[in-house]
Design a protein around this ligand. Structure first.
Ligand code: NAG
Ligand code: NAG
Ligand code: NAG
Length: 436
């Protein structure tokens, strides 16, 4: 048994991409969801894809604590290029919006202690119609290395999904050949899922640090839950391919933009953390409201997302049919140190917080005594015996997000040895609860 286990561990680690990057899900900021392809800097000076936007974001990521919280990659998505390559065949950044060029921008980003993310497309054109890399792969990778990028998102417009199984690995090998550590984000399975092909996730995990599985996220609860539901429905073929160095990517965080309420934003942060998803903000950090900023900077939730075990969590319970507890779901992720994260999500819209009980088997929780921490800190710490029902009360389109720490029975002995009254009474509670 032990031998089999060791063999499995050995096999899975040799088959996954091993470039030393993304040992926990990548965290950062990316232009696309909020800023799309705004190129008119006269009309929209604060929103256009430009070096000003990137430098301003770099400054705030550092001064407002985002970098300290773990958000280290600062990435430009589509729409940074001139429509035509230069006379030497090289990619040319838009001359008006990036007047100092990409190397200077990289230097600025690096001087702040951040890492530089860039975007290209494996096809003839990017999705927004700028030059893609096809036919110029070597030259473009050389150019990116000269610019000292740290992260590359390679999109998949204007190329056949059938060509990706060979193309994406070949491109990844060329990246590796340069000797520069560049995190490789692939859109490979997203286009294959869209074409109703079954992506070879084992191969994808072997060649990419992260990969977009499915639809682009849009700024609404409807879009977010559609993606969340899809990840739950398809978890059996997705989750097992995630781990240190290689992650499924349900797409950017909408938090702080127009479409999500505070409760809905809390759902995204919770479920994306259960999913061990990359945490890529896409929001104007200069104008974000403090209550959304607080969600993005929640250290306990980020710790769940970044848990070193790197195990993607699962939706372990849900009820879609009518009746009691309908449209509730339970998401569960194993954490290091005999701990679990549990997100109770409500997709209900009736006008009161909805109270419900769950059994330990519905929550897929091992028997025992637990210390329960509300990661959004609305409730104090509670103690729970898995023989009892677990009661939650969830806002409409909201979440209750807990970390459960299993108490070893030895704890009871240790605590009862202390003299303090509070420790004694705690020990008594434990002993009473521990009747089995
Ligand atoms: C290239 O691939 C090898 C083998 O997987 C790996 O050890 C090395 O770290 C990679 N180098 C870079 C720069 O990605
Ligand atoms: C890419 O462009 C070349 C040259 O114009 C063309 O032959 C080829 O069919 C295009 N490929 C795709 C996938 O559109
Ligand atoms: C949950 O269970 C407790 C204890 O049995 C009970 O007091 C409470 O009313 C239940 N809550 C709901 C919402 O059913």
């Amino acid at each position: 048994m032990l031998v089999t286990l060791l063999l499995l561990v050995g096999v899975s680690s040799t088959l996954a991409l091993d470039n030393g990057l993304a040992l926990t899900p990548p965290m950062g900021w990316l232009t696309w969801e909020r800023f799309r392809c705004i190129t008119d800097c006269k009309k929209y000076p604060n929103e256009c894809i430009s070096e000003d936007l990137i430098k301003r974001t770099a400054d705030i990521m550092v001064s407002e604590g985002y970098l300290d919280a773990g958000y280290e990659y600062l990435g430009i998505d589509d729409c940074w290029l001139e429509k035509k390559r230069g006379p030497d065949g090289r990619m040319v950044p838009d001359k008006e919006r990036f007047p100092s060029g990409m190397k200077a921008l990289a230097d600025y980003i690096h001087s702040k202690g951040l890492k530089f993310g860039m975007y290209e497309d494996y096809g003839n054109l990017t999705c927004a119609g700028y030059p893609g890399v096809l036919g110029n792969e070597r030259l473009d990778i050389e150019t990116f290395v000269e610019w000292e990028i740290d992260y590359l998102k390679l999109d998949g417009c204007y190329i056949q999904p059938e060509n990706m199984d060979a193309g994406y690995p070949a491109f990844g090998q060329m990246l590796n050949d340069t000797g520069r550590s560049i995190l490789y984000s692939c859109s490979w399975p997203a286009y294959q899922e869209d074409a109703k092909m079954l992506p070879d996730y084992a191969s994808i995990a072997q060649h990419c640090n992260m990969w977009r599985n499915w639809d682009d996220i849009e700024d609404s609860w409807a879009s977010m839950t559609k993606i969340m539901n899809w990840f739950g429905d398809n978890q059996d073929r997705l989750a097992k391919h995630a781990g240190p160095g290689h992650w499924n990517d349900p797409d950017m965080l909408l938090i702080g933009n127009f479409g999500l309420t505070i409760d809905q934003a809390r759902v995204q942060m919770a479920v994306w953390s259960i999913l061990a998803a990359p945490l890529l903000m896409s929001v104007d950090l200069a104008t974000i409201r403090p209550e959304f900023k607080e969600i993005l900077l929640n250290k306990d939730i980020i710790a769940v997302n970044q848990d070193p075990l790197g195990k993607q969590g699962l939706r372990v319970w849900k009820k879609t049919e009518r009746g009691a507890r309908s449209r509730l779901e339970v998401w569960r992720r194993e954490l290091q140190g005999d701990a679990l994260a549990l997100a109770f999500v409500s997709q209900r819209d009736d006008g009161i917080p909805y109270a419900a009980n769950f059994t330990s088997s519905e929550m897929n929780v091992q028997d025992g005594l637990y210390e329960v921490h509300d990661l959004y800190k609305d409730e104090g710490v509670r103690h729970w015996n898995s023989e009892e029902d677990f009661e939650v009360r969830i806002n409409p389109s909201g979440v209750k997000f807990y970390k459960l720490i299993r108490k070893p029975s030895a704890d009871v002995v240790v605590k009862s040895k202390t003299d303090s009254d509070s420790a004694m009474s705690e020990a008594v509670v434990y002993t009473m609860l521990n009747k089995s």
